[in-house]
Design a protein around this ligand. Sequence first.
Ligand SMILES: Nc1ncnc2c1ncn2[C@@H]1O[C@H](COP(=O)(O)OP(=O)(O)OP(=O)(O)O)[C@@H](O)[C@H]1O
Ligand SMILES: [Mg+2]
Length: 322
Amino acid sequence: MRDGEGIEVRALEREFKGGIRAVDGVDIDVAPGEIYGFLGPNGAGKSTTVLMLVTLLPPTAGRARVAGFDVASQGADVRRAIGAALQESALDDFLTGYEHMDLQGGLHGLPKAERRRRGDELLERVGLADAAGRKVGGYSGGMKRRLDLALALIHDPSVLFLDEPTTGLDPQSRSALWGEVERLAREDGVTVFLTTQYLEEADVLADRVGIIDHGKIVAEGTPSALKASIGKVSLEAIPANPQDRDRLEAALARFGEPAASSPKGAAVRLDAGAEELADVVRALDSEGIAVSDLQLHQPSLDDVFLEKTGRSLDVDDGEEEK
Ligand SMILES: Nc1ncnc2c1ncn2[C@@H]1O[C@H](COP(=O)(O)OP(=O)(O)OP(=O)(O)O)[C@@H](O)[C@H]1O
Ligand SMILES: [Mg+2]
């Protein structure tokens, strides 16, 4: 394990012109070799935080150290130590995968032979060996994200920043990328700071998760500790007859607080836990509400988000307030 090469963030702020405080007093500690998941909805402040940590945007207050260096006063040292695959990827459609790797290696001052060896090895590792001679304009979205990852790794960084690395990827490419990130952290001891809008990604991949909303961290911990802090099981039901939805919602409300559900149904966080299931079924039966589907959900990171912000992070769940 590499020592002293984590991330330390204190009271970090970024205010944009017009007074928008995109990042509003954030404290984060990421240990060397740890995978930290930075989870939040659109506009929460994830990319702004990452841009400050990779020295592309100066903080307006607070401080941060990455790999032991201060982002404001030791930018060049930070940049040597880190790799980053940013949300706005900067690939050139007219260059091949090989050419991108060669160029990036050159930027980091790697000698020709080393560039070649490292480039081939990384392209192989992200599954692009066969496509490496093709122009990037013909790559799929997933291939481009994998090339972004390979490029970020060319100079063997000790801290890796990935800003929404799997957005838009199919499930197969997503889990392949998760596997590679996990390997980097576990085998190579790389510290990973990864932003995501996907609950499952944070849950599966991150050792610890920070949930950010409106520029502030609203919850932080291991995925299991965060979920355990919510505790309650929720029950979701879909009425057989869509017209019964409101009556279903009212009936469920007697058993606890409403919870996020699909628009077709209703859900409740059961005050007395899963043992209450039989009572719920009897209540629905006695009111003549037939259900086509009934499911119990263990607490998820979305429940944590809902509890802290009053909104759901699940995609397509109602309107996002501004
Ligand atoms: N250069 C800028 N100038 C002014 N406002 C900005 C700028 N960059 C970001 N913002 C604002 O700061 C807030 C946070 O944006 P940011 O890009 O950090 O969010 P995000 O969490 O990365 O969202 P997404 O998931 O959509 O990528 C938003 O309200 C955004 O409009
Ligand atoms: Mg972003």
